[in-house]
Design a protein around this ligand. Structure first.
Ligand code: LMR
Length: 395
């Protein structure tokens, strides 16, 4: 049965994780997978998470099944975090999923069910797993222009020109904040124009929110999504708690359809049915940690300050790296790093230069130049600036 199956091409992020793990150099620098690291290079369990886990351990008296949608308190907490009360709960159908990845997949399955011929418009630079997920669902994707690499900002003209081609019933996948991999986010004005354009075209936005709290702050990062939800009849959302709660391996996510009130119950039932045929019940532990933190004011405060600490550290890393490269090269051509936000920036390097960084300097970034700013510490900043200086002098 399996004799002719070819070995699959490994996902670029996973392949880089494996290569990094096999590298024995003690001063290697991991700027690959999107994981936050502190000054010591560790990804600690957040204090609020530890405290919530202690409470759960003490009080939980059953591990029996819950609903297919997952725990209601978790879903309500996530709805508040994402939408901040901008739309009535009677418009929101949501289910828990194993991580943000499964949330993206479940939303794609929902689109496939409703409109198998829909085109999913995806920013030309995007998370390496978006296109495979869309293809695995059997949907077709088309790119829209996004990054203006000459300035490290949004290619606003290209973006709106491409989205003006979107057809009625098509879906536009947008990064809620901290665009992965470019670090370039839409302004509130861009979001408002996007909402108006999608309304005119009869298209549906699909917001992937994986980094809420890492950009401009918890509420500011959700402002675009909230604007869409308040102004459009239908909005799809996939959200992850991997980064902002540091719950990576617990797999905590939410798939959401914001719809007119009369459709909510049906959409909730469909999403629950999609869970049933994929994994049945979503994992509970991570979601329970989130709902425990959100419902307890002391834990919530602790979590907010830890999240703010992480956000400030990533912003600081960006500034420090941009300064160090400027000092090393005498040029401001990497100054965009400090202006962008979230974990990632796309460094303007070709494949051979990326490979040289890895082979000669032990610095791991993705083949397209994506570097994780949340993976840096002082030693990593100095090493990365030195290596980039050497690359630039060799051009
Ligand atoms: C990333 O982009 O590196 C993260 O979102 C981790 C992942 O699952 O790819």
């Amino acid at each position: 049965m399996f004799e002719t199956l070819p070995a699959p091409k490994l996902d670029a992020i996973i392949a880089l994780m494996q290569a990094f793990a096999q590298d024995s150099r003690p001063d290697k620098v991991d700027l690959g997978v999107g994981v936050y690291r502190n000054a010591q290079g560790r990804t600690p369990v957040m204090r609020a998470v530890k405290a919530a886990e202690a409470q759960i351990l003490e009080s939980q008296d059953s591990k029996s099944y819950l609903a297919l949608a997952g725990d209601a308190a978790f879903l309500e907490g996530m709805e508040n975090l994402l939408l901040g009360g901008t739309v009535p709960g009677a418009r929101v159908a949501a289910v828990g999923t194993p991580g943000g990845t499964a949330a993206v997949r479940q939303v794609c399955e929902l689109i496939k069910l409703a409109r198998p011929e829909a085109v999913i418009w995806v920013s030309a630079q995007t998370w390496p797993n978006h296109l495979p997920l869309i293809a695995a669902t059997g949907l077709q994707a088309r790119p829209y222009r996004y990054l203006d690499s000459s300035c490290g900002g949004l290619d606003r003209a290209g973006y709106f020109e491409d989205l003006a081609q979107v057809g009625a019933g098509d879906v536009v996948l947008l990064h809620g904040c901290c665009h992965n991999p470019t670090g370039v986010d839409l302004t509130l004005q861009d979001w408002a124009e996007t909402a108006a354009l999608l309304e005119r075209r009869g298209a549906v936005p699909f917001v992937d929110m994986a980094y809420q709290g890492f950009g401009a702050g918890l509420d500011a990062d959700a402002a675009g999504l909230r604007h869409l939800a308040a102004h459009l009849p239908e909005v799809l959302v996939a959200a992850s708690c991997s980064k902002n709660f540091g719950l990576y391996r617990e797999r905590v996510g939410v798939a959401m359809a914001i719809v007119p009130e009369g459709r909510r119950a049906t959409l909730a039932a469909i999403l629950a049915g999609l869970n049933r045929t994929s994994f049945a019940f979503p994992p509970d532990h991570g979601g329970r940690i989130v709902s425990t933190i959100l419902a307890n004011s002391a834990l919530r405060q602790m979590w907010l300050s830890e999240l703010e600490e992480m956000r400030a550290r990533v912003t600081g890393n960006r500034r420090a790296l941009a300064d160090a490269i400027r000092a090393e090269t005498g040029s401001d051509s990497f100054g965009f790093i400090a202006a962008q936000q979230g974990m990632f920036s796309l460094l303007p390097l070709d494949g051979a230069e990326v490979e040289h960084l890895r082979a000669a300097h032990g610095i791991y970034i993705l083949g397209d130049g994506r570097a994780n700013m949340a993976g840096l510490n002082d030693a990593g900043i100095a090493a990365t600036a030195r290596a980039l200086g050497a690359v630039m002098r060799n051009r």
